[in-house]
Design a protein around this ligand. Sequence first.
Ligand code: PLP
Length: 404
Amino acid sequence: MAKINQNYLKLPGSYLFSTIGKKVKEFEAQNPNKQVIRLGIGDVTQPLAPSIIKALHGAVDEMGQEETFKGYAPDLGYEFLRKAISEYDYKARGCAIEPDEIFVSDGAKSDCGNIQEIFSTDNVIAVCDPVYPVYVDSNVMAGRTGVYDADQQCFNGVIYMPCDAASGFAPELPKQVPDMIYLCFPNNPTGAVMTKARLQEWVDYANKNGSVILYDSAYEAYIAEADVPHSIYECAGARTCAIECRSFSKTAGFTGLRLGYTVVPKDLKVEGTALHSLWTRRHGTKFNGAPYIVQRAGEAVYSAQGRKEIEEQIAWYMGNAKIILEGLKEAGFEVSGGVNAPYIWLKTPDNMTSWEFFDHLLTKANVVGTPGSGFGPHGEHYFRLTAFGNREKTIEAVERIKKL
Ligand code: PLP
């Protein structure tokens, strides 16, 4: 008789975004005359840049010709893309990452969720609190955690590293040493970053203790400040303790196309085994690859014209971030983020819970955001707004919030 993976039952049933969707749908049904503005979704809205569209068309035509048709992609991804990544994302920033240390994938969500498979289920994980929920959830499914404690809003057996205003929303080095440390900077949902000096402390800590850092830099393209590293490999010694996941989603609008990659340096060993060889095995057996057409589109992101178009797109989103940040400050809110990331993190007024503020904003200003508590217990009394909206609606939403 078949048995289920009981670990899946540990995850609470109601997912953050489905609860939000349900509440908004109900509100709209009851208030058909109100125009609801969505400033909560972490998805891009700008169309793909012209260089990417051109590359997609070119690759589609290649697939229709016998001489240029492509079948299964190589396990690690096409060399043309891995070379471009190595050159522009790493060597140009002084990081010695070679093309054969890069594993192209269908997005950072898959990689962040799957990377734990090459580690023992005995390992103790540490996560920033609040953070993108995929790290905890994938470890719950793998059986690396205890049960969910509804009172504390956290899973037993996980080290939650508080990221609060006092520490600039970046965690302190944990006293109990974790085996696997998930760091996400620029952070979703807080928009916070770590300086290079601060990240260097984490690399030193991991090397000293034999921990592995799983670094998610899905939002690196939004970094504006000079002392903020784009990659963990900008820190000395990171090749022996860190894996990095990246995405083309927020960088170049690929949320619907699907493309990302993970770097596993060949020097990174656990119990004498190179993690690179384990991830190669996983890619060989459990991964279907990213389509040729999409990998050609990814290559176009690194062309001179592609980079120019994408920089303009990111600057446009960050124009929205500035409008939200300045508007909310003017309205007296305590706000952070929005400078090196498309996320603005605000403290709820009058000690409202995240969900109370969600309802308040929806019913009084008809604006939708994301309750901070959905990202971890330390997200309670906070709220996330995003810069991905349309310009006019973003301005309108800020004006409505100012009148609250
Ligand atoms: N990592 C972080 C921190 C994210 O916020 C997201 C998406 O919101 C992802 C990864 C997922 O990226 P992808 O679209 O490449 O799967």
